[in-house]
Design a protein. Structure first.
Length: 197
């Protein structure tokens, strides 16, 4: 004989249960390109009288590396290509690109026609602007999760309350369309049942 009734047992106290959550913060290459393009506004890079301004930035991935195309205007007009690995700075809450270097064919052209632009000091200055913050996304994600931990009632008579720890960065992955930052958090949750029907 099948018993369809839920059997409940009473107890005096239930300890809050610990939970963990994994989150993927997705940033398309198009949106990241727009943010990084804004970072370059009003900046000049150069040596002496030879200077360039970055007009536009485009991002994509190739073989696990991020390719950054910078459209230049000034002493050099055209596009240069950089490659690097996405990393996360936990202090500034920014994605940045480590081991950024000129793509091989770009480097050989620059060494012939614009050696001053191939210099490491200019590359380092450019690299400082090749970053974008995900702090706003993390705060938005935390706020949306917190509403489920403050007297949230999924069904009548059931209430969920709890606390959540700060987000912790796990890793960055590149897909064909986006940069994904994997973030995790945990906390404690308490479920109260009062008059469930």
């Amino acid at each position: 004989m099948k018993n369809d009734k839920l059997v409940l047992k009473t107890c005096k106290k239930i300890s809050p249960k610990v939970f963990s959550v994994a989150i993927g913060a997705v940033s398309t290459y198009e949106s990241a390109s727009k943010v990084i393009t804004k970072n370059f506004l009003g900046q000049e890079f150069g040596s002496g009288s030879k200077k360039v301004k970055v007009q536009n930035v485009n991002l994509w991935q190739n073989d696990g590396k991020l390719i950054i195309a910078l459209d230049l205007l000034g002493s050099v007009n055209g596009t240069i290509y950089l490659s690097g690995y996405p990393q996360y700075n936990s202090v500034t809450k920014e994605i940045f690109f480590d081991r950024l270097d000129y793509v091989l064919n770009t480097k050989s052209v620059l060494l012939k026609s614009a050696n001053w632009l191939a210099q490491g000091t200019i590359l380092r200055k450019i690299q400082e602007s090749c970053r974008y913050s995900i702090q706003e996304n993390m705060e938005e994600g935390k706020k949306s999760m917190e509403k489920y931990l403050t007297n949230y009632s999924p069904i009548k008579g059931v209430f969920v309350n709890g606390t959540m720890n700060d987000f912790e960065f796990e890793k960055v992955e590149l897909t064909n369309k986006a940069i994904i930052a994997f973030i995790s958090t945990g906390g404690k949750m308490k479920i109260t049942i009062d008059g469930m029907e």
